[in-house]
Design a protein. Structure first.
Length: 566
Protein backbone atom coordinates (compact mmCIF):
# COMPACT_ATOMS: atom_id res chain seq x y z
CA UNK A 1 0.00 0.00 0.00
CA UNK A 2 1.41 3.43 -0.87
CA UNK A 3 2.29 5.51 2.18
CA UNK A 4 2.69 8.72 0.20
CA UNK A 5 3.27 10.29 -3.20
CA UNK A 6 6.29 11.61 -5.07
CA UNK A 7 6.77 13.89 -8.03
CA UNK A 8 9.69 15.42 -9.83
CA UNK A 9 9.02 19.02 -10.86
CA UNK A 10 11.46 20.11 -13.57
CA UNK A 11 11.58 23.81 -14.38
CA UNK A 12 12.70 24.32 -17.98
CA UNK A 13 13.80 27.78 -19.06
CA UNK A 14 16.32 29.63 -21.19
CA UNK A 15 16.27 33.31 -22.17
CA UNK A 16 15.23 34.50 -25.61
CA UNK A 17 18.40 33.94 -27.62
CA UNK A 18 16.95 33.25 -31.06
CA UNK A 19 19.24 34.86 -33.66
CA UNK A 20 20.97 36.79 -30.86
CA UNK A 21 24.57 35.75 -31.31
CA UNK A 22 26.47 32.49 -30.96
CA UNK A 23 29.20 31.19 -28.69
CA UNK A 24 29.77 31.89 -25.86
CA UNK A 25 26.35 33.52 -25.43
CA UNK A 26 23.38 33.52 -27.73
CA UNK A 27 21.52 30.83 -29.63
CA UNK A 28 24.20 28.23 -29.03
CA UNK A 29 23.22 27.99 -25.36
CA UNK A 30 19.80 26.83 -26.57
CA UNK A 31 21.39 24.28 -28.91
CA UNK A 32 23.44 22.90 -26.02
CA UNK A 33 20.36 22.48 -23.85
CA UNK A 34 18.41 20.83 -26.68
CA UNK A 35 21.24 18.38 -27.37
CA UNK A 36 22.32 17.65 -23.82
CA UNK A 37 19.06 17.91 -21.86
CA UNK A 38 15.77 18.16 -23.75
CA UNK A 39 16.23 15.40 -26.32
CA UNK A 40 18.02 13.02 -23.91
CA UNK A 41 15.17 13.59 -21.43
CA UNK A 42 12.58 12.82 -24.11
CA UNK A 43 14.55 9.70 -25.10
CA UNK A 44 14.54 8.53 -21.48
CA UNK A 45 10.80 9.15 -21.02
CA UNK A 46 9.85 7.54 -24.32
CA UNK A 47 12.04 4.53 -23.50
CA UNK A 48 10.16 4.11 -20.22
CA UNK A 49 6.83 4.53 -21.99
CA UNK A 50 7.71 1.89 -24.59
CA UNK A 51 8.83 -0.49 -21.83
CA UNK A 52 5.44 -0.14 -20.14
CA UNK A 53 6.73 1.76 -17.10
CA UNK A 54 3.88 3.73 -15.51
CA UNK A 55 5.78 6.87 -14.54
CA UNK A 56 4.55 10.38 -13.65
CA UNK A 57 6.27 13.75 -13.30
CA UNK A 58 5.72 17.46 -13.87
CA UNK A 59 7.72 19.58 -16.31
CA UNK A 60 7.43 23.33 -16.57
CA UNK A 61 8.36 24.83 -19.93
CA UNK A 62 8.41 28.61 -20.01
CA UNK A 63 6.42 30.27 -22.80
CA UNK A 64 9.47 32.04 -24.24
CA UNK A 65 11.29 28.70 -24.43
CA UNK A 66 8.25 27.08 -26.08
CA UNK A 67 8.35 29.74 -28.77
CA UNK A 68 12.02 29.07 -29.47
CA UNK A 69 11.72 25.29 -29.53
CA UNK A 70 8.92 25.60 -32.10
CA UNK A 71 10.81 28.09 -34.28
CA UNK A 72 11.91 26.79 -37.69
CA UNK A 73 15.07 28.91 -37.74
CA UNK A 74 16.11 27.52 -34.37
CA UNK A 75 15.51 23.97 -35.61
CA UNK A 76 17.61 24.58 -38.73
CA UNK A 77 20.44 26.11 -36.70
CA UNK A 78 20.26 23.23 -34.21
CA UNK A 79 20.78 20.62 -36.92
CA UNK A 80 23.81 22.54 -38.18
CA UNK A 81 25.10 22.65 -34.59
CA UNK A 82 24.79 18.86 -34.25
CA UNK A 83 26.55 18.27 -37.57
CA UNK A 84 29.37 20.52 -36.39
CA UNK A 85 29.70 18.61 -33.10
CA UNK A 86 29.86 15.29 -34.94
CA UNK A 87 32.59 16.61 -37.21
CA UNK A 88 34.57 18.03 -34.27
CA UNK A 89 34.35 14.71 -32.45
CA UNK A 90 35.69 12.91 -35.54
CA UNK A 91 38.59 15.36 -35.74
CA UNK A 92 39.28 14.98 -32.02
CA UNK A 93 39.51 11.20 -32.35
CA UNK A 94 42.21 11.57 -35.00
CA UNK A 95 44.10 14.30 -33.13
CA UNK A 96 44.27 12.43 -29.81
CA UNK A 97 45.00 9.09 -31.43
CA UNK A 98 47.94 10.71 -33.22
CA UNK A 99 49.18 11.99 -29.85
CA UNK A 100 48.96 8.49 -28.39
CA UNK A 101 46.06 9.48 -26.10
CA UNK A 102 43.97 6.41 -26.81
CA UNK A 103 41.52 6.85 -23.93
CA UNK A 104 40.60 10.36 -25.05
CA UNK A 105 40.43 9.27 -28.69
CA UNK A 106 37.98 6.56 -27.63
CA UNK A 107 35.90 9.16 -25.79
CA UNK A 108 35.86 11.33 -28.90
CA UNK A 109 34.41 8.38 -30.83
CA UNK A 110 31.89 7.94 -28.01
CA UNK A 111 30.80 11.58 -28.46
CA UNK A 112 30.56 11.16 -32.23
CA UNK A 113 28.12 8.29 -31.74
CA UNK A 114 26.32 10.17 -28.96
CA UNK A 115 25.70 13.31 -31.04
CA UNK A 116 24.72 11.16 -34.02
CA UNK A 117 22.12 9.52 -31.79
CA UNK A 118 20.78 12.90 -30.73
CA UNK A 119 20.51 13.94 -34.38
CA UNK A 120 18.61 10.76 -35.22
CA UNK A 121 16.26 11.16 -32.26
CA UNK A 122 15.50 14.78 -33.15
CA UNK A 123 14.75 14.01 -36.79
CA UNK A 124 13.36 10.47 -36.82
CA UNK A 125 12.01 9.76 -33.34
CA UNK A 126 10.48 13.18 -32.60
CA UNK A 127 9.99 14.63 -36.09
CA UNK A 128 11.95 17.81 -35.23
CA UNK A 129 9.12 18.64 -32.83
CA UNK A 130 10.33 18.71 -29.22
CA UNK A 131 7.17 20.42 -27.96
CA UNK A 132 4.97 17.93 -29.80
CA UNK A 133 6.84 15.08 -28.12
CA UNK A 134 6.21 16.57 -24.68
CA UNK A 135 2.58 17.24 -25.61
CA UNK A 136 2.03 13.55 -26.48
CA UNK A 137 3.38 12.53 -23.08
CA UNK A 138 0.95 14.94 -21.44
CA UNK A 139 -1.98 13.76 -23.55
CA UNK A 140 -1.21 10.17 -22.52
CA UNK A 141 -1.07 11.08 -18.81
CA UNK A 142 2.63 10.54 -18.12
CA UNK A 143 3.62 14.18 -17.75
CA UNK A 144 1.96 17.33 -16.47
CA UNK A 145 3.30 20.42 -18.23
CA UNK A 146 3.30 23.65 -16.26
CA UNK A 147 3.24 27.20 -17.55
CA UNK A 148 5.09 30.31 -16.38
CA UNK A 149 5.20 34.05 -17.01
CA UNK A 150 5.71 34.86 -20.69
CA UNK A 151 9.39 35.81 -20.56
CA UNK A 152 10.19 34.56 -17.06
CA UNK A 153 9.86 38.06 -15.61
CA UNK A 154 10.63 38.43 -11.92
CA UNK A 155 7.08 39.38 -10.95
CA UNK A 156 7.57 40.80 -7.42
CA UNK A 157 9.72 43.65 -8.77
CA UNK A 158 7.39 44.71 -11.58
CA UNK A 159 5.69 47.99 -10.73
CA UNK A 160 2.36 47.79 -12.53
CA UNK A 161 -0.28 45.11 -12.19
CA UNK A 162 -0.89 45.42 -15.93
CA UNK A 163 2.55 43.91 -16.51
CA UNK A 164 1.95 41.01 -14.13
CA UNK A 165 -1.38 40.30 -15.81
CA UNK A 166 0.09 40.55 -19.32
CA UNK A 167 3.02 38.28 -18.45
CA UNK A 168 0.62 35.64 -17.15
CA UNK A 169 -2.02 35.98 -19.88
CA UNK A 170 0.51 35.81 -22.71
CA UNK A 171 1.99 32.78 -20.99
CA UNK A 172 -1.40 31.05 -20.98
CA UNK A 173 -2.09 31.94 -24.61
CA UNK A 174 1.28 30.55 -25.65
CA UNK A 175 0.74 27.36 -23.68
CA UNK A 176 -2.67 26.79 -25.26
CA UNK A 177 -1.32 27.37 -28.77
CA UNK A 178 1.39 24.72 -28.32
CA UNK A 179 -0.30 22.25 -25.95
CA UNK A 180 -3.93 22.39 -27.11
CA UNK A 181 -5.27 22.83 -23.59
CA UNK A 182 -5.03 25.22 -20.68
CA UNK A 183 -2.55 24.48 -17.88
CA UNK A 184 -3.56 23.74 -14.31
CA UNK A 185 -0.38 24.88 -12.60
CA UNK A 186 2.41 27.41 -12.91
CA UNK A 187 6.04 27.76 -11.92
CA UNK A 188 6.37 31.37 -10.84
CA UNK A 189 9.72 32.61 -12.18
CA UNK A 190 12.43 32.08 -9.57
CA UNK A 191 9.62 31.13 -7.14
CA UNK A 192 9.17 34.90 -6.81
CA UNK A 193 6.07 35.71 -4.77
CA UNK A 194 4.40 38.97 -3.72
CA UNK A 195 1.56 39.05 -1.18
CA UNK A 196 -1.32 41.53 -1.27
CA UNK A 197 -0.55 44.91 0.33
CA UNK A 198 -1.60 48.55 0.56
CA UNK A 199 0.48 50.81 -1.65
CA UNK A 200 1.06 54.49 -1.05
CA UNK A 201 0.63 56.50 -4.27
CA UNK A 202 3.53 58.35 -5.84
CA UNK A 203 3.36 62.10 -6.42
CA UNK A 204 1.40 62.84 -9.56
CA UNK A 205 -0.46 59.51 -9.69
CA UNK A 206 -4.19 59.69 -10.48
CA UNK A 207 -4.86 57.73 -7.29
CA UNK A 208 -4.20 60.05 -4.35
CA UNK A 209 -4.71 57.63 -1.47
CA UNK A 210 -3.36 54.21 -0.44
CA UNK A 211 -4.78 51.44 -2.59
CA UNK A 212 -4.73 47.65 -2.65
CA UNK A 213 -2.24 45.66 -4.73
CA UNK A 214 -3.39 42.04 -5.02
CA UNK A 215 -1.15 39.12 -4.15
CA UNK A 216 0.05 36.93 -7.01
CA UNK A 217 -2.34 34.17 -5.96
CA UNK A 218 -5.25 36.47 -6.84
CA UNK A 219 -3.95 36.86 -10.39
CA UNK A 220 -3.59 33.08 -10.62
CA UNK A 221 -7.12 32.51 -9.31
CA UNK A 222 -8.56 34.92 -11.89
CA UNK A 223 -6.76 32.97 -14.62
CA UNK A 224 -7.97 29.57 -13.33
CA UNK A 225 -4.52 28.37 -12.28
CA UNK A 226 -4.75 25.96 -9.37
CA UNK A 227 -1.25 25.79 -7.86
CA UNK A 228 2.31 27.07 -7.79
CA UNK A 229 5.54 26.23 -5.96
CA UNK A 230 7.82 27.81 -3.40
CA UNK A 231 11.00 26.96 -1.53
CA UNK A 232 10.94 24.86 1.61
CA UNK A 233 11.85 27.61 4.07
CA UNK A 234 8.80 29.66 3.00
CA UNK A 235 6.48 26.88 4.17
CA UNK A 236 8.46 25.59 7.14
CA UNK A 237 9.83 28.87 8.45
CA UNK A 238 13.42 29.42 9.49
CA UNK A 239 16.44 30.08 7.33
CA UNK A 240 16.92 29.17 3.70
CA UNK A 241 19.25 26.23 3.08
CA UNK A 242 21.67 25.73 0.21
CA UNK A 243 21.82 29.15 -1.50
CA UNK A 244 22.48 31.62 1.29
CA UNK A 245 25.96 33.03 1.77
CA UNK A 246 24.84 35.15 4.69
CA UNK A 247 22.02 37.52 5.52
CA UNK A 248 21.10 39.97 2.80
CA UNK A 249 20.84 43.36 4.46
CA UNK A 250 20.78 46.98 3.48
CA UNK A 251 18.78 48.69 0.74
CA UNK A 252 19.24 45.97 -1.83
CA UNK A 253 17.41 42.72 -2.39
CA UNK A 254 15.62 42.41 0.90
CA UNK A 255 11.86 42.17 1.17
CA UNK A 256 10.39 45.69 1.19
CA UNK A 257 8.32 46.82 4.13
CA UNK A 258 4.73 46.61 3.00
CA UNK A 259 1.40 46.99 4.79
CA UNK A 260 0.17 43.49 4.11
CA UNK A 261 -3.48 42.58 3.75
CA UNK A 262 -4.34 39.16 5.17
CA UNK A 263 -7.54 37.55 3.91
CA UNK A 264 -9.11 34.55 5.62
CA UNK A 265 -12.10 32.28 5.17
CA UNK A 266 -13.56 29.22 6.90
CA UNK A 267 -10.39 27.13 6.57
CA UNK A 268 -7.99 27.11 9.52
CA UNK A 269 -4.87 29.18 8.87
CA UNK A 270 -1.41 27.97 9.85
CA UNK A 271 1.71 30.08 10.31
CA UNK A 272 4.18 27.23 9.87
CA UNK A 273 3.56 24.18 7.74
CA UNK A 274 5.18 21.14 6.19
CA UNK A 275 6.34 20.59 2.63
CA UNK A 276 4.67 17.18 2.69
CA UNK A 277 1.32 18.89 2.12
CA UNK A 278 0.02 21.74 -0.06
CA UNK A 279 -1.86 24.72 1.40
CA UNK A 280 -4.34 27.16 -0.01
CA UNK A 281 -3.01 30.71 -0.11
CA UNK A 282 -5.12 32.91 2.14
CA UNK A 283 -8.76 33.02 1.01
CA UNK A 284 -8.18 31.76 -2.53
CA UNK A 285 -8.39 28.19 -3.76
CA UNK A 286 -4.91 28.44 -5.25
CA UNK A 287 -2.57 25.96 -3.60
CA UNK A 288 1.15 26.17 -2.96
CA UNK A 289 3.54 23.21 -2.85
CA UNK A 290 6.85 23.51 -1.00
CA UNK A 291 10.05 22.09 -2.46
CA UNK A 292 11.32 19.14 -0.39
CA UNK A 293 14.63 20.07 1.15
CA UNK A 294 15.77 16.54 2.04
CA UNK A 295 15.72 15.20 -1.50
CA UNK A 296 16.66 18.54 -3.04
CA UNK A 297 19.99 18.77 -1.29
CA UNK A 298 21.04 15.40 -2.70
CA UNK A 299 21.25 17.08 -6.09
CA UNK A 300 21.69 20.80 -5.31
CA UNK A 301 24.32 20.58 -2.60
CA UNK A 302 27.79 21.56 -3.78
CA UNK A 303 29.42 19.62 -0.93
CA UNK A 304 27.64 16.25 -1.06
CA UNK A 305 25.21 16.30 -3.98
CA UNK A 306 25.37 13.48 -6.50
CA UNK A 307 26.71 15.59 -9.45
CA UNK A 308 29.98 16.16 -7.60
CA UNK A 309 30.85 12.46 -7.46
CA UNK A 310 34.46 11.92 -8.47
CA UNK A 311 33.54 9.43 -11.23
CA UNK A 312 31.11 11.77 -12.99
CA UNK A 313 32.04 13.97 -15.93
CA UNK A 314 33.70 17.29 -15.16
CA UNK A 315 31.64 20.16 -16.54
CA UNK A 316 34.21 22.96 -16.51
CA UNK A 317 37.19 21.43 -18.36
CA UNK A 318 36.87 21.37 -22.16
CA UNK A 319 39.08 20.25 -25.02
CA UNK A 320 40.94 23.17 -26.58
CA UNK A 321 39.99 22.11 -30.12
CA UNK A 322 36.39 20.95 -29.89
CA UNK A 323 35.11 22.02 -26.50
CA UNK A 324 34.22 18.40 -25.73
CA UNK A 325 34.57 17.21 -22.15
CA UNK A 326 36.94 14.29 -21.70
CA UNK A 327 37.60 14.42 -17.97
CA UNK A 328 35.95 13.44 -14.69
CA UNK A 329 35.51 15.34 -11.43
CA UNK A 330 38.42 13.28 -10.01
CA UNK A 331 38.35 14.73 -6.48
CA UNK A 332 37.35 17.62 -4.26
CA UNK A 333 39.21 20.84 -5.11
CA UNK A 334 41.29 19.10 -7.80
CA UNK A 335 42.74 21.69 -10.18
CA UNK A 336 41.42 21.54 -13.77
CA UNK A 337 44.91 20.71 -15.03
CA UNK A 338 45.00 17.55 -12.92
CA UNK A 339 41.65 16.04 -13.90
CA UNK A 340 41.68 12.36 -14.91
CA UNK A 341 40.09 10.92 -18.04
CA UNK A 342 36.35 10.24 -17.85
CA UNK A 343 35.09 6.64 -18.01
CA UNK A 344 31.39 6.44 -19.02
CA UNK A 345 31.15 2.81 -17.91
CA UNK A 346 32.32 3.49 -14.35
CA UNK A 347 30.05 6.57 -14.18
CA UNK A 348 27.07 4.45 -15.22
CA UNK A 349 27.74 2.00 -12.39
CA UNK A 350 27.88 4.88 -9.93
CA UNK A 351 24.47 6.07 -11.11
CA UNK A 352 22.96 2.80 -9.83
CA UNK A 353 24.28 3.53 -6.35
CA UNK A 354 22.82 7.03 -6.34
CA UNK A 355 19.46 5.79 -7.67
CA UNK A 356 19.18 3.30 -4.82
CA UNK A 357 20.19 5.94 -2.28
CA UNK A 358 17.65 8.47 -3.55
CA UNK A 359 14.76 5.98 -3.74
CA UNK A 360 15.44 4.78 -0.21
CA UNK A 361 15.55 8.39 0.95
CA UNK A 362 12.16 9.10 -0.66
CA UNK A 363 10.60 6.01 0.91
CA UNK A 364 12.08 6.77 4.30
CA UNK A 365 10.83 10.35 4.34
CA UNK A 366 7.32 9.39 3.24
CA UNK A 367 7.19 6.53 5.72
CA UNK A 368 8.30 8.76 8.61
CA UNK A 369 5.70 11.43 7.75
CA UNK A 370 2.95 8.82 7.52
CA UNK A 371 3.91 7.21 10.83
CA UNK A 372 4.11 10.59 12.61
CA UNK A 373 0.90 12.12 11.22
CA UNK A 374 -1.14 9.25 9.72
CA UNK A 375 -1.43 11.47 6.62
CA UNK A 376 -0.78 10.69 2.97
CA UNK A 377 1.94 13.20 2.10
CA UNK A 378 3.76 14.18 -1.05
CA UNK A 379 7.41 14.88 -1.78
CA UNK A 380 7.96 17.56 -4.43
CA UNK A 381 11.52 17.26 -5.70
CA UNK A 382 12.08 20.37 -7.81
CA UNK A 383 15.07 21.21 -10.01
CA UNK A 384 16.08 23.20 -13.05
CA UNK A 385 15.76 20.79 -15.98
CA UNK A 386 19.04 21.93 -17.52
CA UNK A 387 20.89 20.58 -14.49
CA UNK A 388 20.33 17.10 -15.91
CA UNK A 389 22.42 16.17 -18.92
CA UNK A 390 23.93 19.62 -19.49
CA UNK A 391 25.51 20.32 -16.10
CA UNK A 392 25.28 16.78 -14.70
CA UNK A 393 25.91 14.57 -17.71
CA UNK A 394 24.74 11.40 -15.96
CA UNK A 395 21.65 13.12 -14.54
CA UNK A 396 19.24 12.01 -17.30
CA UNK A 397 20.09 8.36 -16.70
CA UNK A 398 19.66 8.94 -12.96
CA UNK A 399 16.19 10.47 -13.51
CA UNK A 400 15.18 7.62 -15.77
CA UNK A 401 16.21 4.94 -13.31
CA UNK A 402 14.66 6.71 -10.32
CA UNK A 403 11.33 6.83 -12.18
CA UNK A 404 11.67 3.17 -13.12
CA UNK A 405 12.47 2.12 -9.56
CA UNK A 406 9.79 4.19 -7.82
CA UNK A 407 7.12 3.17 -10.35
CA UNK A 408 7.29 -0.41 -9.08
CA UNK A 409 7.65 0.40 -5.38
CA UNK A 410 4.42 -0.47 -3.50
CA UNK A 411 5.07 2.19 -0.84
CA UNK A 412 5.36 5.15 -3.24
CA UNK A 413 2.81 6.58 -5.67
CA UNK A 414 4.26 8.48 -8.60
CA UNK A 415 1.90 11.36 -9.28
CA UNK A 416 1.55 14.86 -10.70
CA UNK A 417 0.70 17.98 -8.67
CA UNK A 418 -2.81 18.38 -10.10
CA UNK A 419 -3.64 14.70 -9.54
CA UNK A 420 -2.50 14.92 -5.93
CA UNK A 421 -4.51 18.13 -5.39
CA UNK A 422 -7.64 16.54 -6.80
CA UNK A 423 -7.34 13.47 -4.58
CA UNK A 424 -5.99 15.23 -1.46
CA UNK A 425 -7.18 18.86 -1.45
CA UNK A 426 -5.70 21.14 1.22
CA UNK A 427 -7.52 21.41 4.53
CA UNK A 428 -5.60 24.46 5.76
CA UNK A 429 -4.66 27.89 4.43
CA UNK A 430 -1.44 29.86 4.78
CA UNK A 431 -0.25 33.43 4.20
CA UNK A 432 3.27 33.02 2.85
CA UNK A 433 5.84 35.84 2.91
CA UNK A 434 7.29 37.75 0.01
CA UNK A 435 10.03 35.43 -1.15
CA UNK A 436 12.03 33.68 -3.87
CA UNK A 437 14.51 30.84 -4.16
CA UNK A 438 17.32 33.27 -4.95
CA UNK A 439 20.13 34.40 -2.66
CA UNK A 440 18.81 35.12 0.83
CA UNK A 441 15.31 34.03 -0.15
CA UNK A 442 14.41 37.54 -1.32
CA UNK A 443 15.16 39.85 -4.25
CA UNK A 444 18.93 40.43 -4.13
CA UNK A 445 19.76 38.25 -7.15
CA UNK A 446 17.70 40.61 -9.36
CA UNK A 447 17.97 43.89 -7.44
CA UNK A 448 21.42 44.85 -6.18
CA UNK A 449 24.05 47.55 -6.79
CA UNK A 450 24.87 46.01 -10.18
CA UNK A 451 21.27 45.97 -11.43
CA UNK A 452 19.37 48.74 -9.65
CA UNK A 453 19.69 51.01 -12.70
CA UNK A 454 17.54 48.63 -14.73
CA UNK A 455 14.36 48.79 -12.67
CA UNK A 456 13.41 52.49 -13.12
CA UNK A 457 13.76 51.94 -16.86
CA UNK A 458 11.49 48.89 -16.72
CA UNK A 459 8.96 50.71 -14.54
CA UNK A 460 8.87 53.75 -16.84
CA UNK A 461 8.31 51.46 -19.82
CA UNK A 462 5.43 49.77 -17.97
CA UNK A 463 3.68 53.09 -17.39
CA UNK A 464 4.36 54.16 -20.97
CA UNK A 465 2.68 51.01 -22.28
CA UNK A 466 -0.38 51.77 -20.16
CA UNK A 467 -0.43 55.27 -21.66
CA UNK A 468 -0.35 53.80 -25.17
CA UNK A 469 -3.38 51.63 -24.40
CA UNK A 470 -5.22 54.71 -23.17
CA UNK A 471 -4.12 56.68 -26.25
CA UNK A 472 -5.08 53.83 -28.59
CA UNK A 473 -7.98 51.88 -27.01
CA UNK A 474 -8.58 50.28 -30.42
CA UNK A 475 -5.70 51.10 -32.74
CA UNK A 476 -6.14 50.92 -36.52
CA UNK A 477 -4.26 48.12 -38.27
CA UNK A 478 -1.53 50.48 -39.43
CA UNK A 479 -0.63 51.33 -35.82
CA UNK A 480 -1.62 48.04 -34.16
CA UNK A 481 1.43 46.21 -35.50
CA UNK A 482 3.77 48.79 -33.99
CA UNK A 483 2.01 48.66 -30.62
CA UNK A 484 1.98 44.87 -30.58
CA UNK A 485 5.71 44.84 -31.30
CA UNK A 486 6.22 47.36 -28.49
CA UNK A 487 4.37 44.96 -26.20
CA UNK A 488 6.74 42.15 -27.27
CA UNK A 489 9.77 44.31 -26.61
CA UNK A 490 8.43 45.21 -23.16
CA UNK A 491 7.93 41.55 -22.28
CA UNK A 492 11.47 40.79 -23.46
CA UNK A 493 12.81 43.77 -21.52
CA UNK A 494 11.19 42.42 -18.35
CA UNK A 495 12.89 39.00 -18.55
CA UNK A 496 14.57 38.06 -15.28
CA UNK A 497 17.52 36.68 -17.24
CA UNK A 498 19.18 40.05 -17.84
CA UNK A 499 19.60 41.09 -14.16
CA UNK A 500 20.35 37.47 -13.24
CA UNK A 501 23.22 37.20 -15.72
CA UNK A 502 24.60 40.53 -14.57
CA UNK A 503 24.39 39.60 -10.89
CA UNK A 504 26.05 36.22 -11.33
CA UNK A 505 28.71 37.58 -13.69
CA UNK A 506 28.02 34.75 -16.16
CA UNK A 507 27.39 37.07 -19.12
CA UNK A 508 27.33 40.61 -17.81
CA UNK A 509 28.14 42.49 -21.02
CA UNK A 510 25.84 40.31 -23.11
CA UNK A 511 22.93 40.78 -20.70
CA UNK A 512 23.42 44.54 -20.51
CA UNK A 513 23.53 44.75 -24.28
CA UNK A 514 20.37 42.70 -24.71
CA UNK A 515 18.52 44.77 -22.11
CA UNK A 516 19.53 48.04 -23.76
CA UNK A 517 18.65 46.66 -27.18
CA UNK A 518 15.08 45.77 -26.19
CA UNK A 519 14.70 49.11 -24.41
CA UNK A 520 15.89 51.05 -27.47
CA UNK A 521 13.53 49.13 -29.75
CA UNK A 522 10.63 49.72 -27.36
CA UNK A 523 11.34 53.45 -27.12
CA UNK A 524 11.59 53.83 -30.88
CA UNK A 525 8.27 52.06 -31.41
CA UNK A 526 6.65 54.27 -28.77
CA UNK A 527 7.98 57.40 -30.49
CA UNK A 528 6.29 56.25 -33.71
CA UNK A 529 3.02 55.63 -31.85
CA UNK A 530 3.16 59.05 -30.18
CA UNK A 531 3.72 60.68 -33.57
CA UNK A 532 0.55 59.01 -34.82
CA UNK A 533 1.68 58.41 -38.38
CA UNK A 534 4.15 56.07 -40.01
CA UNK A 535 6.78 56.43 -42.74
CA UNK A 536 8.38 53.83 -45.05
CA UNK A 537 11.43 53.94 -42.78
CA UNK A 538 9.23 53.07 -39.80
CA UNK A 539 7.87 50.03 -41.61
CA UNK A 540 11.39 48.93 -42.51
CA UNK A 541 12.36 49.22 -38.85
CA UNK A 542 9.34 47.18 -37.80
CA UNK A 543 10.08 44.50 -40.40
CA UNK A 544 13.68 44.24 -39.25
CA UNK A 545 13.07 43.86 -35.53
CA UNK A 546 9.92 41.74 -35.82
CA UNK A 547 11.93 39.29 -37.90
CA UNK A 548 14.24 38.80 -34.93
CA UNK A 549 12.04 39.44 -31.89
CA UNK A 550 9.16 37.29 -33.08
CA UNK A 551 7.60 35.43 -30.12
CA UNK A 552 3.92 35.55 -29.17
CA UNK A 553 2.33 36.05 -32.62
CA UNK A 554 -1.13 36.48 -31.09
CA UNK A 555 -0.13 39.21 -28.61
CA UNK A 556 -2.52 42.11 -28.05
CA UNK A 557 -1.00 45.33 -26.69
CA UNK A 558 -4.30 46.03 -24.87
CA UNK A 559 -3.39 43.39 -22.30
CA UNK A 560 -1.32 46.18 -20.74
CA UNK A 561 -4.38 48.23 -19.90
CA UNK A 562 -3.96 49.97 -16.53
CA UNK A 563 -5.19 47.78 -13.65
CA UNK A 564 -4.31 49.70 -10.47
CA UNK A 565 -7.32 49.62 -8.13
CA UNK A 566 -8.52 52.90 -6.67
Amino acid sequence: MPLGAFTFVLHTHLPFVRMAGRWPHGEEMLHEAMAETYIPLLNALYDLREEGVDFRLAIGITPILMEQLADEEVKKHFMAYLEERIQLAEEDAKIHLKRGEEAIASLASFYKDWYSGIFHSFVARFGKDILGAFRRLQDEGYVEILTSAATHAYLPLLDRDSSIYAQLRVGLQTYFRHMGRMPKGIWLPECGYRPGYMKDPRPGEPINHPYYKPGLEEFLADLNLLFFFTDSYVIEGGRMVGKVAGDVIGPYGGVPRRRLVIKTDELPTVRKGTTFRPYYIQATRVAVFGRDEGTGLQVWSASYGYPGDFLYREFHKKDEHSGLKFWRVTGAQVDLGRKEVYDPGRAKEQVKIHVDHFCNLVKGRLRSFYQETNQYGIIVSAYDTELFGHWWFEGILWLKEVLRSLSRDPEVELTTPSSYLEEHPPTEAMAIPESSWGLGGAHWTWFNPETEWMWPLIHNAERTMEEMVELYPDAPDTMREFLNQAARELLLLQASDWPFLISTGQAKDYAMGRFQQHLARFNHLISIARRGETSPQDWEFLKEISGVDNPFPDIDYRLFKEREQA
